[in-house]
Design a protein around this ligand. Structure first.
Ligand code: FE2
Length: 399
């Protein structure tokens, strides 16, 4: 994220003495990507940010995956995963249920009402989409208030926690990368400004507005990290509270982006998914389909053509509206469809014909397209609608 921000108290020159009113030195920390050759920020701590007093194993939520074999399109009903009693006991870090994953990305879902522990993902960036509810995300950079429809991008290794708001449970869809999640390169100028033809701009990205300090000793932080056996966790205990930053500046920080600020690009005929792209990462992209006017050629067919996206698995999370192309399939808000590479997919029976003459799609969906195959997490296996694969034909295997 190449948009410079500055908060709180920082010295006029980087890497120079910065002192409190009573003369104590603040501790400068450089948080940087790609071996100090990518985006970075400088944070000024009141206490030494490395001071841990204990480290013990943390059992991360179940990460085992199962191959999608025999290969079938899937319909997953995420709203079945969290009955009310489970939601009231869940938090947005330890309560996540793994839906899909590969070496590049893991997609989880949570319904949470409890405050999360302090947490840091040292594997890659996290992009969290708030399906409903609200929360304050407290981070070492400051707090961000998020509401239904917000994306929150949390850079790799940012210490933070999720505090759900009082307006019902927080429903959140987590996209955890093994890399960095950034605006598509083609949206950016040579020096990183969002271009005039991008569907959003810097004014739509909202970082923390103030620094945040907390006091305390022996503070637990759950760390998710790599190991030779895959993804694992460690529970650190810090001597002092990690939220002690008096100021920071740079181009690396968490921010929110509301999906309604994405300005859809439409045309006389059907626009392909890249027109709906919002972010990219290593070996996957993120698109969103927002309410919009649709194709205005007099002979247009507004729903998508049948398509073989031969190099991708397509994962669509249906958030709201009335998804025209999936009518009759059982898919609705809270559903996830998985359309794997190798299976040609498109509108359900009757939807192709029914879309002729339609001028507006009231739909909201978040799509992740991966360039390597996805496997099914334990959450997917629990809420899989096994009849979806046969929904285009209208009948399944002969018994
Ligand atoms: Fe598709």
């Amino acid at each position: 994220m190449a948009h410079y921000r500055k908060l709180g108290s920082i010295p006029p020159k980087r890497h120079t003495q910065h002192r409190s009113g009573d003369g104590r030195l603040y501790y400068e920390e450089l948080m940087g990507e790609e071996g100090f050759s990518g985006d970075s920020s400088l944070l000024y701590h009141q206490r030494i940010p490395s001071a841990i007093v204990d480290a013990t194993p943390w059992e991360v939520p179940e990460q085992t995956t199962t191959p999608n074999h025999p290969l079938t399109p899937r319909h997953l009903r995420l709203h079945e995963l969290f009955p009310p009693a489970t939601a009231s006991a869940s938090d947005a870090v330890t309560g996540r249920r793994l839906i899909l994953g590969n070496a590049d990305v893991r997609i989880s879902y949570v319904v949470a009402q409890r405050d999360s522990p302090l947490y840091r993902n040292a594997i890659g960036d996290e992009l969290v989409f708030v399906e409903s509810g609200s929360a304050v995300v407290e981070t070492v950079f400051g707090a961000i208030e998020v509401v239904e429809g917000d994306y929150v991008l949390i850079p790799c290794a940012t210490t933070h926690r999720w505090l759900p708001g009082p307006d019902g449970p927080l429903r959140a869809y987590m996209i955890e990368a093994s890399s960095h999640i950034v605006p598509p390169k083609r949206y950016l100028s040579r020096f990183g400004q969002l271009l005039e033809n991008a569907p959003y701009c810097e004014r739509d990205l909202h970082g923390p507005v103030d620094t945040l300090t907390r006091s305390g000793t022996d503070i637990e932080v759950l760390l998710k990290h790599r190991s030779s056996r895959g993804i694992t966790g460690t529970r650190y205990v810090y001597a002092d509270h990690p939220f002690d930053v008096v100021g920071w500046d740079g181009c690396l920080y968490p921010y929110s982006f509301h999906v309604s600020d994405f300005e859809p690009i439409t045309g006389r005929v059907h626009q392909p998914p890249p027109a709906h792209q919002v972010f990219e990462a290593q070996s996957f992209v993120i698109c969103n389909f927002v309410p919009r006017k649709v194709d205005y050629h007099p002979l247009s067919v507004p729903v998508p053509y049948y398509h073989s996206n031969v190099d991708s698995d397509e994962v669509m999370f249906y958030v709201g509206g009335d998804y025209a192309a999936r009518k009759g399939s059982g898919i609705g808000p809270g559903s996830v469809s998985v359309h794997p590479g190798g299976h040609s997919h498109g509108p359900q029976r009757g939807a192709y014909e029914a879309s002729v003459g339609v001028e507006f799609f009231d739909e909201l969906a978040i799509m992740v397209d991966t360039f390597h195959p996805l496997e099914l997490g334990e959450g997917a296996l629990e809420c899989d609608d096994s009849s979806y694969a046969w929904s285009w034909a209208g009948r399944g295997p002969q018994s």
